[in-house]
Design a protein around this ligand. Structure first.
Ligand code: NDP
Length: 260
């Protein structure tokens, strides 16, 4: 909805990733002044459609549209972003179905690189519903990867550095460019940088470069592992989205077969 430049980029990546994976995807664009009622009606059609396995509404939405109402209009079985309260609640209860894509991608990174998480101190900076809170729940659950002792920090945390410096695993999702530098990180820590920001850079063709919430150049030498921006959590988020879509498809297929 509308034409937010960052959203255009993300949507472009998602459409391309579907194509590479062999998924059929349809990009529906609506004008920024579409009414909430109209948008809900259109989502309702997709919700009912037998041929649609997954629905994703690219955020942010224009201010006159209630984001929660829109996200709740997507049936939780088709909610491949994992933002529906039912999917969020299932994560809370330790029986995840469609997990929010960025946290799911982060957990997959930890699994793939065999990062030891049990008994470690994980510090998460940021408590949003889509990143910080679910990743903190996943890191603390009794599963692998998981079993961390988790500290969840936010904008009201005093002396943030006192917490981040204790982290064996540091997840930064504050949405503040270059918030975390070398003096905020314990040597040997695993650092996951979720932030994505456009920083003006006249030397680049597009006039900007992408940076994260972490000062990569100064933190990388002392971290045991670190995700770059771009190329770290972003692609993992898209991979998790595709995984969720495939899971949604499989679940719908098995329900369909059961009802035969
Ligand atoms: P939100 O703005 O919703 O949440 C940011 C959180 O960080 C809030 O909880 C806020 O605290 C906290 N925070 C802000 N400033 C500070 C600070 N100085 N110290 C400590 N905590 C702070 O952001 P999102 O969670 O949606 O996204 C975070 C970042 O990740 C953004 O840069 C976003 O673009 C990026 N992102 C990247 C994705 C990817 O695929 N790579 C996917 C999703 C997001 P409080 O609650 O008190 O306000």
């Amino acid at each position: 909805v509308g034409n937010d430049p960052a959203s255009e980029t993300y949507v472009g990546h998602k459409v391309r990733a579907c194509k590479v994976a062999g998924f059929e995807s349809t990009l529906l664009r609506y004008d920024a002044n579409i009414t909430e009622a109209d948008l809900l009606k259109r989502i309702g059609v997709l919700a009912q459609s037998e041929s649609v396995d997954g629905i994703l509404v690219q955020l942010p939405l224009p201010a006159h549209i209630n984001e929660n109402r829109v996200l709740e209009a997507i049936p939780f079985e088709k909610d491949v972003d994992g933002f529906h309260p039912t999917n969020a609640g299932l994560v809370m209860q330790g029986r995840p179905h469609l997990v929010a894509a960025t946290p799911a991608g982060i957990m997959e990174l930890l699994r793939h690189y065999n990062v030891e998480t049990a008994g470690k101190h994980a510090v998460v900076v940021g408590r949003s519903n889509i990143v910080g809170t679910p990743v903190s729940v996943l890191l603390s659950r009794n599963a692998a990867p998981g079993n961390c002792t988790v500290t969840l920090c936010h904008s009201r945390t005093p002396h943030l550095s006192n917490f981040t410096r204790q982290a064996d695993i540091l997840v930064v999702a504050a949405g503040k460019p270059h918030l975390v530098g070398a003096s905020d990180v314990k040597p040997g820590a695993v650092v996951i940088d979720v932030g994505i920001h456009r920083m003006e850079d006249a030397s680049r063709k597009q006039g900007f470069r992408l940076v994260g919430d972490v000062k990569f150049d100064e933190v990388a030498p002392l971290a045991s592992a670190i995700t770059p921006v771009p190329g770290g959590v972003g692609p993992m988020t898209i991979a998790a989205l595709l995984q969720n879509t495939y899971k949604a498809y499989q679940t719908r297929q098995s329900l369909h077969n059961d009802s035969k």
